[in-house]
Design a protein around this ligand. Structure first.
Ligand SMILES: Cc1cc2nc3c(=O)[nH]c(=O)nc-3n(C[C@H](O)[C@H](O)[C@H](O)COP(=O)(O)OP(=O)(O)OC[C@H]3O[C@@H](n4cnc5c(N)ncnc54)[C@H](O)[C@@H]3O)c2cc1C
Length: 446
């Protein structure tokens, strides 16, 4: 799949910071992680720290999937607002999802500290009403967040103008947020984990996956074989090539970055992350080297040629969008890029064990919070692999293709797929003792 085009800033800035070998001979491992982007890197970091031997295989050079295109905002606020998410998945589950994303930002900062990765910063996040008609929506959103202990402040039109210098009908200012460079972060994670025993192979495409009695046999493009006990799919949007059920809506998105701007680099209050209620939403962030990133203007198609033809037009539109908010800042775009982007019906990621094939786990952090979702996935999948109970796992394995041994722990909301505890117990028990579930043998050839 063609995942991005143009000149993604982090790739331009950091190039190929490390070399990784191709897998050229057959090997064995406990866990194989398919994909070495930010999701694969975080899973490998968790597994290696848990003492589990693993390797990463990626068909591209490391980070050249979606990870290098990411604008790398770290937000607890997912693409679906909390009050709408509560309607979709139940109140408690929605609040818990937001809490987990908030904790993920702190955890990412802790991990960065541990591996000495410097490019991660805490930032406040400003979510403003793009139109007058959105004021009631955003007020409702403020109320539910406040009610659930999120550190938020309501800004009316006047206070928003006073603090940020632009006019909008109202905004939520959240204390929690962050920003990073997911591309270099993924490399830094791999470098740390390699020192602890991780093997990372890039330019190593897995073309065949067979489930046998004693494990899983993966074949690479050049015929090397990996024998593995467990397999984690951290394949980003290319997962659609492995699963026949529709999990994600793919679209195209655009981002631009300014030239370095003279001055202090303090562009607006606290250089907060800024985004809005428009659909598709507009978002802004700053960088340490005094630039501004603007993103959005999504299109509902993924055709690479159509997507890429629009980069020039989208650059102009995004500059205009920026100028409407901050006409006093001179924004000269230096690099622009486009990427494939995916979202789910409720905005939550899919994380879990695959029913169809034993010992197979998915980390699918779709949406604008891909990075925080990847961190959540790394924790849950590590627990699944270690058979350790994770009370949050059920939140993200809600699609029927996933199996979760702790399905009963959550989903008590009115929109729960399985609302009765008795039914849940029955389904889980039936599944666990079903010979069909445990029967290995099916094979897929990609
Ligand atoms: C323009 C843009 C802006 C974004 N902004 C943000 C943001 O601000 N904040 C945020 O949180 N998220 C953002 N995202 C989303 C975020 O970038 C993604 O969620 C994240 O990068 C996904 O990482 P990943 O490791 O799951 O996938 P990827 O980086 O795509 O890595 C998956 C890897 O799997 C490999 N692979 C696939 N199939 C095989 C195979 N058969 N054999 C071997 N390897 C295989 C691929 O080569 C690929 O490198 C943005 C995305 C885009 C495109």
């Amino acid at each position: 799949m063609n995942l991005s085009a143009g000149l993604p800033f982090w790739l331009i800035k950091n190039g190929l910071p490390f070399d990784y070998p191709k897998l050229e001979k057959s090997t064995k491992t406990e866990v194989t992680i398919l994909g070495g982007g930010i999701s694969g890197a975080l899973i490998a970091y968790h597994l290696i720290n848990a003492g589990i031997s693993c390797l990463v295989a990626d068909s591209r050079s490391i980070g050249l999937g979606s990870t290098c295109s990411s604008t790398s905002l770290l937000q607890y606020e997912i693409d679906t607002s909390l009050h709408e998410l509560a309607d979709k998945v139940g109140y408690r589950n929605a609040v818990r999802s937001y809490e987990l994303c908030s904790q993920a930002i702190d955890k990412l900062q802790q991990i960065a500290g541990k591996i000495n990765f410097p490019d991660i910063q805490h930032k406040k996040s400003l979510y403003y009403a793009a139109y007058k008609k959105d004021k009631a929506f955003i007020k409702k959103e403020f109320a539910i967040r406040k009610e659930n202990g999120f550190s938020v402040r309501w800004l009316d039109e006047n206070s928003l103008h006073k603090l940020y210098g632009f006019i909008a009908p109202g905004a939520i200012l959240s204390e929690q947020g962050g920003q990073t460079d997911a591309y270099t972060f993924a490399h830094a994670l791999h470098q740390y984990s390699i020192k602890k025993g991780l093997r990372v192979y890039d330019r190593t495409k897995i073309v065949s996956i067979k489930h046998a009695k004693n494990g899983i046999i993966l074949k690479t493009e050049n015929g090397s074989v990996i024998k593995t006990k467990k397999l984690v799919y951290a394949t980003g949007y290319e997962v659609v090539e492995f699963i026949d059920k529709k999990l994600v809506d793919l679209k195209s998105t655009y981002a631009i970055i300014s030239e370095q701007i003279n001055g202090t680099g303090n562009f607006w209050k606290d250089n907060s992350l800024i985004w809005n209620t428009a659909d598709p939403y507009l978002y802004l962030r700053t960088t340490n080297d005094k630039r501004i990133i603007v993103g959005g203007r999504d299109e509902a198609f993924t055709h690479p040629a159509h997507r890429d033809n629009l980069i020039k037009k989208k650059t102009t539109q995004l500059v205009n969008d920026f100028n409407k908010i901050f006409p006093g800042i001179s924004f000269n775009p230096e690099f622009s890029w486009a990427g494939t982007f995916g979202s789910t019906a409720d905005g939550l990621p899919f994380i879990g064990a695959y029913k169809k094939r034993p010992d197979s786990f998915f980390s699918l952090g779709f949406g604008g919070n891909g990075i925080t979702f990847s961190l959540i996935a790394a924790g849950i999948i590590t627990d699944l692999i270690r058979d350790k109970k994770n009370k949050d796992a059920a939140l993200f394995s809600r699609h029927p293709i996933f199996y979760n041994p702790w399905q009963g722990t959550l989903y008590s909301g009115k929109n729960s797929p399985v609302s009765s505890p008795v039914k849940r117990y029955f389904i889980n028990t039936t599944l666990i003792f079903s010979p069909i579930y445990w029967k290995a043998g099916a094979s897929i050839v990609l």
